[in-house]
Design a protein around this ligand. Structure first.
Ligand SMILES: O=P(O)(O)OC[C@@H](O)[C@@H](O)c1c[nH]c2ccccc12
Length: 263
């Protein structure tokens, strides 16, 4: 049976197939854009577990999360509270995001931005660079091994970082084999939407040192971050709880001030 993830991935592949813009022209435009601030540095250099604060208006699993948000207000709370980077959903159909959101957030702050989308084509990566993202998301579950390698290479050539997302040990091994340098463990199973609150700790322990480790999904309090920090986590990606709180400053600071292991 086709799952939600299959349906979303098929939607994006179909959109990519119908995209008749000239790839070389996009390349030229993307190469002209200055390399953005490094997403990876923002996650790895500090002594605290870096908070990647997300802009997510709605989701297939939760429906509407935050209606009519004031992006200016949200972003200023994220910045003031100590977020290290901002993740912006750009999928319109399933998450209510847009490229406009990415561009707007870029005008509101200097933090590195992650274009959070179901990246399936080279043009997706080129668009991300053109519109100011420092990093793109590559979901191992929806990409063939060859595609993963190709997208990783294009991103690298353009100076765009890649957050390579896994949900199983097998996917983690695939990510490591191709020389990924930032791995995200998504605790939410994108087929069933179930969250496994133990998964980040479990899989992060399997990731060698020197690779940036990110725990994603279902995180809403400091104690959870302390647990992934003890496993060697560099960063956490938090969406829903920050959106529901409208970027509440106390919550942002609580989630951005957990010391990394050994620091
Ligand atoms: O809202 P949460 O539970 O804090 O999760 C954030 C983030 O991990 C989640 O939005 C996410 C992780 N991987 C994705 C892939 C596509 C869309 C969304 C996601």
């Amino acid at each position: 049976m086709a799952t939600y993830l299959d349906e979303i991935a098929a939607f994006h592949r179909d959109r990519a197939r119908r995209d008749d813009r000239d790839e070389r022209e996009l390349y030229r435009a993307a190469e002209k854009v200055q390399s953005p601030t490094s997403f990876k540095d923002a996650l790895t250099l500090g002594d605290q577990v870096a908070l990647i604060a997300e802009i997510k208006r709605r989701s297939p699993s939760k429906g509407v999360i935050a209606k009519e948000i004031d992006l200016g207000e949200m972003v200023s709370h994220y910045v003031a509270g100590g977020a290290s980077a901002i993740s912006v959903l750009t999928d319109e159909k399933h998450f209510g995001g847009s490229m406009d959101d990415l561009i707007t957030v870029g005008t509101l702050c200097n933090l590195p931005l992650l274009r959070k989308d179901f990246t399936v084509s080279v043009k997706d990566v080129l668009d991300a660079k053109i519109w100011g993202a420092s990093a793109v998301l590559l979901i191992v579950a929806i990409l063939a091994p060859g595609e993963l390698v190709e997208l990783l290479k294009v991103a690298k050539d353009l100076g765009v970082d890649t957050l390579v997302e896994v949900h199983t040990l097998e996917e983690l091994h695939r990510a490591l084999e191709i020389g990924t340098d930032i791995v995200g463990v998504n605790q939410r199973n994108l087929h069933t939407f179930e969250v496994d609150y133990e998964l980040a700790v479990k899989l992060i322990e399997e990731i060698p040192s020197g690779i940036c480790k990110v725990a994603e999904s279902g995180i809403s309090n400091r104690e959870q971050i302390e647990r992934v920090a003890a496993a060697g986590c560099d960063a956490v990606l938090v969406g829903e709880s920050l959106m529901r709180s409208r970027g509440n400053g106390d919550l942002v600071s609580a989630l951005s001030t957990v010391p990394k292991r050994g620091r």
